[in-house]
Ligand binder design. Structure first.
Ligand code: AMP
Length: 506
């Protein structure tokens, strides 16, 4: 699969078909191809650095975002998507790491940066008759296609670099998930995740590869329950791509059923545990739809295992498997000493294969710690230590949690230490421990336990901490509850005693 050639093919063969629908605006395949060609020509003309430094694309769910992504890669540069939900201080961190020659801003960016191309200019360059690149001469092979930043335990995000080969190999597999590729032609795909999360790669590029229509759902709709069902009803969605948490949220409304979405054929889930309960409810409300659970970290290009969750599987008492490994990849379960575990034995999930990332952008040490090269049966592989715990049973992978302090909250990947390091930046704070609060095996909220502040136990003190944190962290990383203590319990090694802190909350 060559995604850029594939999009051009759709532009030639079904140019009038809607490629992306975002709120009230839409672009056809022909427009998507034309507009991104023009913007690519503009990038090539104005920026000639030999390194082809990646470009940051800032915004939310507009068609300009997707046009900009394609323009960057057609101009031979990776893009780095940054959603409007990212606080400006974090956007600043990303800009300092990437140092893009220009930011393509589909929404107003309220921080000063050398060169920012705003939405009016984006519109003019893409829609006015002007130069365009004559052929797709963009990124290929080992060139980075995109960089997605994810929470880092150091308190600053880290950028996962995904090559063109990785994306194309991923698409070879994802286009056939749930239904064959040709059955996805002309189908409507739900885009729920912001483009700065790699789950969106599953809907955006699978849809464009299959000649589907991406139906993006913006933040304001997702947060307004009354609007949400109304919008879904008119969406005509056939392929649902979301986190299980988002499906759970929709299930809270009894209208969310086959009657609301009669054309729904497949649910594709990734990013967090799909519970038996959620699967069973979906099977009752959508008896004709296939439910596919997939698993993988951003570092291995979205997902690399799949399983069809049948009613029989969902009825089992045990937790659902995350699936069998896709072609071109291997999963090894490793013991602490690095040896490969036996069937059924729990250990760290290590991923090998052709969709493993090139590493963390401009972070050689972090890259060395997590990624490696190896040879198996005469074949060279790139590998990644996921930090996930799991086991294999007859070729089927089961996920059992984490080795470290990374969690998933409502589908978002969060390093607990990322929050703690940012709390320590706030005035008067001596120490902080963040405790994930779970229910039914899923993290439902976060509580921060903080020492050092003089004024405590007041609503205002907690509010001040939250307000302060919002300057550094996206809303979903800000703990819901703040508890002030005299001192954080410590272990004999002088580290915060997380178990004892957890005990304080009971
Ligand atoms: P992200 O990089 O945001 O996609 O997060 C990757 C992490 O999410 C993985 O390392 C797992 O810890 C978790 N994850 C991904 N898919 C699943 C799944 N199907 N079931 C349980 N956890 C998952």
């Amino acid at each position: 699969m060559d995604i850029l050639k594939q999009i051009r093919k759709h532009a030639r063969e079904c140019g009038d078909r809607i490629a992306v629908r975002a709120g009230d605006s839409a672009v056809t395949y022909q427009q998507l191809d034309d507009y991104s060609d023009r913007l690519a020509a503009w990038i090539q003309k104005n920026y000639q650095d030999e390194d082809k430094t990646p470009i940051v694309v800032y915004g939310h769910k507009s068609t300009h975002m997707i046009i900009s992504f394609l323009a960057c890669v057609k101009a031979g540069r990776a893009y780095c998507p940054v959603d409007i939900s990212v606080p400006l201080s974090r956007v600043q961190c990303i800009l300092e790491v990437v140092k893009p020659p220009v930011v393509l801003a589909a929404e107003e960016l309220e921080i000063p940066y050398g060169h920012v191309l705003g939405v009016a200019e984006l519109k003019r360059i893409t829609e006015e008759e002007s130069d365009r690149i004559s052929e797709v001469c963009g990124v290929k092979g080992k060139d980075l296609f995109y960089i997605i930043f994810t929470s880092g335990s150091t308190g600053t995000p880290k950028g996962v670099g995904i090559t063109t080969d990785c994306l194309n190999h991923f698409l070879d597999w994802s286009v056939n998930l749930g239904t064959e590729m040709k059955k996805k032609e002309g189908r409507a795909f739900l885009n729920q995740a912001p483009f700065s999360f790699d789950l969106s790669v599953m809907d955006l590029y699978t849809s464009l590869a299959c000649g589907g229509t991406l139906w993006t759902m913006d933040k304001s709709v997702q947060m307004d329950f009354a609007k949400l069902m109304g919008r879904l009803e008119t969406s005509g969605i056939n392929i649902w791509v979301s986190t299980p948490s988002f499906a759970d949220l929709c299930l809270a409304d009894l209208r969310f059923s086959r009657e609301l979405l009669p054309g729904l054929e497949v649910f594709l889930f990734c990013g967090e545990t799909l519970t038996n309960n959620t699967a069973r409810k979906l099977q009752q409300r959508f008896p004709d739809a296939a439910i596919i659970n997939t698993y993988g970290p951003t570092e291995s290009t979205v997902a690399m295992t799949e399983v069809l969750v049948t009613p029989e599987l969902a009825e089992q008492q045990n937790s659902l498997p995350v699936g069998r490994v896709k072609p071109g990849s291997l999963v090894e379960i490793r013991r602490e000493d690095g040896s490969v575990a036996d069937n059924g034995e729990q250990g760290e999930i290590v991923i090998l294969g052709n969709t493993v990332s090139a590493g963390y952008y401009h972070q050689p040490e972090l890259t060395r710690n997590a990624f490696f090269e190896c040879e198996k049966d005469g074949i060279s592989y790139r590998g990644y230590h996921t930090g996930d715990l799991g086991y294999m049973d007859g070729g089927m992978l089961y996920y059992c949690g984490r080795i470290d302090l990374q969690i998933k909250l409502h589908g978002y990947r969060i390093e607990i230490e990322d929050i703690e390091k940012n709390i320590l930046k706030l005035q008067g704070v001596d120490n902080a421990v963040v405790v994930p609060v779970s229910e039914g095996g899923m993290v439902k909220s976060l509580t921060a336990v903080i020492s050092g502040r003089e004024e405590r136990n007041t609503f205002e003190a907690a509010r001040e901490i939250k307000r302060g944190l919002k300057a550094f962290l996206p809303d979903y990383m800000v703990p819901k509850k703040i508890i002030f203590v005299d001192r954080i319990p410590m272990t004999i090694n002088g580290k915060a005693d997380r178990k004892a802190v957890g005990g304080l909350l009971k």
